[in-house]
Design a protein around this ligand. Structure first.
Ligand SMILES: Cc1cc2nc3c(=O)[nH]c(=O)nc-3n(C[C@H](O)[C@H](O)[C@H](O)COP(=O)(O)O)c2cc1C
Length: 183
């Protein structure tokens, strides 16, 4: 890859047929165009391997295979988080708690809120930002709340709204620059 940089998109839900994936996929397309190595870590992968009884046994947890694949090699993360009951989905906190915090520390992140309602998950973005700050993850100062998403996509689940496309492009540019400037 051109930029010797890896970004993992955290798709913050395990809901079947979720719409957040449309926005994660759009982000991935941009990263690929920019020559940034990338992958999507969807929370349904977590539910397939998570063993409740080994969740905090970081040495032996089956989640390690996901840590190796998506967390350790990443320079930065893009958290795409739908709004569930006024916050980010619990499955995202479960993922964070099931991985040793040392694998997050000092890395970079952007947080994108996705909501069918009007708030764009701004509160969930704030809640998650608090957790990320605690982990020592540096986040972009500009967050991206995306609201009323059913006005932004078409019947084939494509993102068709130009201003949202533009904002996601700006977010990707800013995240790439943040990583580049802090190597
Ligand atoms: C458990 C649950 C709670 C939700 N709570 C909210 C909410 O508080 N505010 C809101 O605007 N949308 C809420 N929604 C609707 C989501 O914004 C909507 O499903 C949207 O498509 C993003 O979620 P998705 O990626 O799962 O599709 C909720 C959806 C679910 C499944």
């Amino acid at each position: 890859m051109l930029k010797d940089m890896r970004i993992s998109i955290i798709l913050g839900t395990n809901r079947k047929d979720n719409k957040s994936k449309i926005f994660a996929d759009y982000y991935i397309k941009l990263l690929t165009k920019e020559g940034v190595d990338n992958s999507i870590f969807s929370m349904d992968e977590l539910t397939k391997v998570l063993d409740w009884n080994k969740m905090y046994d970081y040495e032996n947890s089956p989640v390690n295979e996901l840590t190796e694949k998506y967390i350790k090699p990443a320079d930065a993360f893009v958290f795409v988080i739908p709004e569930y009951n006024g916050s980010f989905p619990g499955i995202v906190k479960l993922m964070i708690d099931s991985i040793h915090p040392e694998h997050f520390k000092g890395k970079f992140a952007s947080v994108i809120g996705i909501a069918s309602g009007r708030a764009g998950n701004l509160r969930g973005i704030e809640h998650l930002n608090g957790v990320l700050q605690h982990l020592g993850i540096h986040t972009l100062p500009n967050v991206l709340p995306i609201s009323q998403i059913f006005n932004l996509i078409d019947e084939n689940d494509s993102l068709i709204d130009k201003s949202t496309q533009f904002l996601i492009e700006k977010d990707a540019d800013a995240l790439i620059k943040l990583v580049e400037n802090n190597r």
